[in-house]
Design a protein around this ligand. Structure first.
Ligand SMILES: Cc1cc2nc3c(=O)[nH]c(=O)nc-3n(C[C@H](O)[C@H](O)[C@H](O)COP(=O)(O)OP(=O)(O)OC[C@H]3O[C@@H](n4cnc5c(N)ncnc54)[C@H](O)[C@@H]3O)c2cc1C
Length: 467
């Protein structure tokens, strides 16, 4: 018996049924193959007993039905880029990979795309662009993450500030519940109010309620033009306060990103960008729309950004300058990982009116616990990637991590925020969920989970606190 089989892995009959349900070359039990599906972008790892690669809805339904009958845990998997351990399977369980489900059909007349879950976000964007459309959710991982994964995490990116997340850009789903039953939610039209909104419920549920087998996505026309502004401040708190002024006026930016002083230094090092030494924070703000409206929109943003501690407000002169600005911003996550491989990355959200207070509070928490905290992110949504740059060889720091993290989360909740804006809960944050969701609501969520998945086979052990 291979090493990756656990005591509860079922026997030959289970594998025989799986091989009848999907082509036998798509049922993989060799340990080396299974190893590659045992981790995601968190530091967790559990090796599954089997990886199955179905190609159709009917095959997904058959696989889930078999797993339910044999009580084998199923973890749906896109490309494993999730950061919260949500795609990490149970040891000895089954990984249902959607790699063979990549189809994507554009219906331009209805501004709709119908996609299989394994379609890569970037592939969908290229198909939609041929018709003058895009699908707004734009995680930095767009070129190597799937629509199924994006939906299951409600993953988004800079554009969410104007165009919303998957929840606002999905019309309907086809899915398989834990007992192998097909369900369809939502509709094909941009209006519809029949029944409960199961689409929004399944989106963000991290594969714990159903396996998504098809999604009907709402497309948006690509704007005629975009203009990016680089806005520098001599104070991070002042820059964060400017965010709420920008969001309080009528020109909605299509991106509003914040970077603090430490991140600015990384950008200087990485890109050689000409950023004055006095700058302690930067906002990248982008507006889009008709070409003849861009000057007015940029002027409105500049007026709102002006004030306390402003050092410079400059519009990118051309597409190349805009591209450089975004390249530097997008390199931040990997650059931080290079300098602090064991960093802890949270993606908390606070109301934009509290961002200034939050940036001040983070500095205090950092000083108290002796751990460098750096922050950047989608400030227009109040969503900051808060990175604790922990040195694993510094015992004093490692002893402080838990208290430091607890204080960050407590502050977020105190300010009326939420623990995760887009990365999700998975294994990593589940013990903190009780800080945000009170017992009665949590109990209702557990009852809902039971209705969808009576055998508790769909991605068990995620999302809910252990006790
Ligand atoms: C460099 C980098 C940058 C990133 N940038 C961003 C960012 O800007 N914004 C952001 O939000 N995230 C970001 N992420 C996180 C990650 O890319 C997203 O969460 C993405 O949506 C995960 O997609 P995936 O295909 O890799 O899914 P996986 O990691 O394989 O799975 C994620 C979750 O989705 C579930 N799932 C997958 N397919 C299905 C399905 N068909 N049905 C039901 N459940 C399913 C899994 O069970 C798991 O719970 C980034 C990650 C990396 C490594």
């Amino acid at each position: 018996m291979p090493d990756n089989f656990s005591a509860h892995t079922p026997g030959a009959q289970f594998f025989h049924e799986l091989r009848n349900a999907v082509r036998s070359e798509n049922v993989r039990t060799d340990p080396a193959y299974c190893w590659a599906y045992s981790y995601d972008n968190s530091r967790r790892q559990n090796v599954p007993a089997v990886v199955v690669l179905p190609a159709t809805h009917a095959q997904v339904a058959a696989v889930v039905t078999i797993c339910n009958a044999h009580s084998v845990p199923v973890t749906a998997r896109g490309l494993g880029t999730g950061t919260a351990g949500a795609a990490v399977p149970e040891t000895g369980g089954l990984v249902l990979s959607t790699e063979n489900m990549r189809n994507c059909k554009i219906d331009a007349d209805n501004r709709v795309a119908v996609v299989q879950p394994g379609c890569i976000n970037g592939d969908l964007q290229r198909a939609a662009a041929q018709h003058g459309f895009f699908w707004p959710p734009d995680p930095t991982s767009a070129e190597y993450s799937t629509i199924g994964g994006n939906l299951a995490c409600n993953a988004a990116g800079p554009r969410a500030v104007k165009y919303g997340t998957p929840r606002e850009n999905t019309l309907g789903l086809r899915a398989v519940t834990g007992d192998g039953v097909e369900i369809r939610s939502g509709c094909y039209t941009t209006k519809g109010v029949v029944g409960y909104d199961l689409t929004r419920l399944i989106i963000g549920s991290e594969g714990t309620l159903a396996v998504i087998t098809e999604a009907t996505l709402r497309l948006t026309p690509v704007a005629e033009g975009r203009r990016a502004l680089r806005i520098l401040y001599t104070s991070a708190a002042a820059a964060a306060r400017a965010v709420s002024r920008i969001m309080a006026q009528s020109t909605v930016p299509c991106a509003l990103e914040f970077t603090d002083a430490e991140c600015l230094q990384l950008i200087r090092n990485y890109s050689g960008a000409d950023i004055p030494a006095a700058a302690r924070a930067m906002l990248i703000v982008e507006v889009d729309g008709r070409l003849d409206q861009l000057d007015t929109a940029a002027a409105a943003i500049a007026a709102a950004a002006a004030g306390e501690a402003l050092l410079e407000c400059r519009a990118a002169k051309n597409a190349d300058e805009t591209k450089l600005l975004w390249q530097a911003r997008k390199a931040l996550s990997p650059a931080l990982r290079n300098i602090a491989p064991k960093k802890i990355n949270e993606d908390v959200v606070v109301p934009v009116s509290r961002l200034g207070d939050f940036v001040v509070a983070l500095k205090q928490i950092s000083d108290t616990h002796g751990i460098l905290i750096v922050a950047f992110g989608h400030a227009g949504n109040g969503n900051l990637h808060v990175n604790l740059l922990v040195d694993p060889d510094d015992t004093r720091q490692t002893q402080q991590i838990a208290a430091c993290l607890q204080k960050v989360f407590a502050t977020v909740i105190d300010f009326g925020g939420t623990l995760s804006g887009e990365h999700g809960i998975g294994y990593e944050k589940k013990e903190f969920v009780g800080l945000e969701i009170e017992p009665a609501t949590l109990a209702l969520m557990k009852r809902i989970k039971k209705e969808f998945d009576p055998g508790n086979i769909l991605n068990p052990g995620k999302l809910f606190p252990s006790n």
